[in-house]
Design a protein around this ligand. Sequence first.
Ligand code: IMP
Length: 423
Amino acid sequence: MAVDLLLGLQWGDEGKGKIVDVLTSNYNIIARFQGGPNAGHTLVFNGMKHVLHTIPSGIFHESAKNLVGNGVVIDPVIFKKELDKLEEQNVDYRKSLLISRKAHLILPTHRLLDAASETAKGKAKIGSTLKGIGPTYMDKTGRNGIRVGDLELKDWKDKYRALANKHEAMIAFYDVKIDYNLEELETEFFNAVETLKSLTFIDSEEYIYQAQKNGESILAEGAQGSLLDIDFGTYPFVTSSNTTAAGACTGLGIAPNKIGDVFGIFKAYTTRVGSGPFPTELFDEDGARMAKVGHEFGATTGRARRCGWLDLVALKYACQVNGVTKLMMMKADVLSGFKSLKVCTAYNYQGKEITHLPYNIEAHNVSPIYTDFKGWKEDLTAMEDISTIPNELNTYIDFLEKELDIPITLVSVGPDRKQTIFR
Ligand code: IMP
């Protein structure tokens, strides 16, 4: 059976966690394929809010298996905290949570290296979540990394020591002030590794292959967003993994011809957290209103997110790179009450009007060209049926659908599972 993908089409925080949770009852397996605890997937149901960082968003459904794929990087300390929270909520994860032996581990020194690297960059900093993501993927491609499967070997601690020593020398090389107590960090780390070891490690590519053969349905859950992709994002202000559809092939071992639907998730406006270009960013009351109504604060770092109008040029690019087959629009409710709305439909690029995403979208190269839309006053948060939504919202959706030439199959009108309208 084909594997469906669910991906963020902007700079992350599109609401992927909510939608995976909504769709999980249609799938036997939910599989994360890249990223790590830099992600914060928020789910709201039965009046409770849950934030997951590494664990797939299907974990609250008893029927689904949840796989952490080989493309993911795992911090045992954060993973343990996530498990502790699940335990508090009586979620029985032991049978349903599976970890790929080929997933790489984030060591305490990876986190320290992230901090040293960012500090050394000064004004040019990426705005990293400082979870050690970049240094861990660097060790992966540098062939130095420690993988989950290594924990089953007797000598893994020797390998750990050699790598941690190397990291300490690298931290010293950065010559910036980073305060840390490695002994304390390591005690916490080794304790968390024991918890991780009590879970089920698998050869996940074989598991996925057999599951497909047996007709099981699989949803691959992306993290971050397409514009943070290491290759196709706004480099260097990106994360360190392939967040786009191809990442699901390498991050789970899925053959490209086994991909089914590609669900592209986007917000009805745009947000970005951290540094980097953002052509439609707002610095006025409209932006402040989006931030306030949309509670635009990072689920992982608590940082305020930058807000702006929907950028259709960037969205089209993301749809192309991912081969999106169905679109899902999030946070439509946040736009209620705006007198008028803008959508960026082209860029003025060095004096010329263009409709594709160029190599460099820094403000000195690019300024947005907007199409205006009439806003709506109605509160959408209690609406359940597409026939009840305001005409102005319908016009907005129809325009996007036509421009992108992909059906918008779902409109989210609030954070709760139930605040979801299918089209
Ligand atoms: P890193 O992945 O922590 O190194 O961060 C690199 C860039 O990606 C920074 O701008 C982060 O703010 C951004 N980023 C990483 N993960 C997320 C996410 O889950 N949502 C939104 N932005 C993210």
